[in-house]
Design a binder for this molecule. Structure first.
Ligand code: F6P
Length: 341
């Protein structure tokens, strides 16, 4: 069989580990040939390929990013896009595709399956917001990076008696904020799933200052106040219609400073959370997902996504994974709230 591999959406530590596992098992156990498609769905759309043999995947296990490149190309928004992809796959003699991506990339994969393309999906996102899998690779690395940053910010905030607002990624789901905030002992964690009350946040900050301790507030980029409490900036949208966020951390720091009279600063961790080498947990998870994805190809189990459930890797319908986002449930947030203020 000749198998195409692509990585789409925001990059994520562990992508190369999946590519390596898919290629190594595919060659060793099944004698497959591989073709790399560059930059997500743009690759099959434009027939832009690169060699993907054993030599191409040597030494990439610990490397961040993706050797295939990535993009947020939305095939479904391109006139005749699906037909072009099908023609290019036929022209290149590709029998199947392994698509490694988040809700957008895998959403396209689900639509392509309905149109007769042989696709198997692998879940990826630092946001951990894909349904049907307990964790996505990249999340653990992002949480470790954010936790280390918050630990460091604690000591400088203490020295200067300042409040520090740390903005982490997470447009629709607050998983990174929840886990890094809990791990690093934040005084408040604000997530998109729970609009915050600015008076309550200011109360937590003030009580923390009273104990001679510097408050640290972790805020997900998609968090927002209850209706009408603060003005927020609106941004441009990408081809999947997601607003480019950023700015809530600074707005919150300004508001805290104004209301408490104490100095407040903000730090945006941004793409640092996505860069660099994957954690050991993510390397193992990514490798296992890659191994199971190529087994699914071998079984011709199209339209499936490999997923972590408990400690097992299972296969679920792509549609099940992409229909709805996995957000932070109320009871998980309640566990973190115990430590606010
Ligand atoms: O989906 C992953 C993610 O890192 C989100 O947490 C973040 O909102 C978004 O990508 C940022 O996207 P971009 O790479 O376009 O800045």
């Amino acid at each position: 069989m000749r198998v195409g591999v692509l990585t789409g959406g925001g990059d994520c530590p562990g992508l190369n580990a999946v590519i390596r596992a898919v290629v190594r098992k595919g060659i060793n156990d099944y004698g497959y040939e591989f073709v790399g498609f560059r930059d997500g769905w743009r690759g099959p759309l434009e027939g832009d390929t690169m060699p993907l043999d054993r030599a191409a995947v040597r030494g990439i296990l610990p490397r961040g990013g993706t050797i295939l490149g990535s993009s947020r190309t939305n095939l479904m928004k391109i006139e005749g896009g699906v037909e072009r992809v099908k023609d290019n796959l036929a022209g290149l003699g590709i029998d199947a595709l392994v698509a490694i991506g988040g809700e957008d990339t895998l959403g396209v994969a689900a639509r392509l399956t309905e149109r007769g393309v042989n696709v198997v999906g692998v879940p990826k996102t630092i946001d951990n917001d894909l349904n049907a899998t307990d964790y996505t690779f990249g999340f653990d690395t992002a949480v470790n990076i954010a936790t280390e940053a918050i630990d460091r910010l604690h000591t400088t905030a203490e020295s200067h008696h300042r409040a520090l607002v740390v903005e982490v990624m997470g447009r629709h789901a607050g998983w990174i904020a929840l886990h890094s905030g809990m791990a690093a002992g934040a005084n408040a964690i604000l997530i998109p799933e729970r609009p915050f009350d600015i008076d309550e946040v200011v109360g937590w900050v003030e009580s923390r200052f009273k104990t001679q301790y510097a408050p640290i507030i972790v805020v997900a980029e998609g968090a927002h106040p209850k209706d009408g409490q603060m003005e927020l900036a609106t941004g441009e949208t990408d081809s999947f219609g997601h607003v480019r966020l950023g700015g809530i951390g600074q707005r919150l720091a300004d508001e805290i400073e104004k209301r408490t009279g104490e100095e407040a600063r903000s730090v945006v961790l941004g793409h640092v959370q996505r860069g660099g080498t994957p954690s050991a947990f993510d390397r193992v998870l990514a490798t296992r997902l890659g191994v199971h994805a190529i087994s699914a190809v071998h079984d011709r189990d199209w339209g499936k996504m490999v997923a972590l459930q408990g400690t097992d890797i299972v296969r679920v319908e792509l549609a099940e994974a992409t229909d709805e986002l996995k957000t932070v449930p109320t009871e998980r947030y309640a566990e973190a709230e115990v430590f606010f203020g």
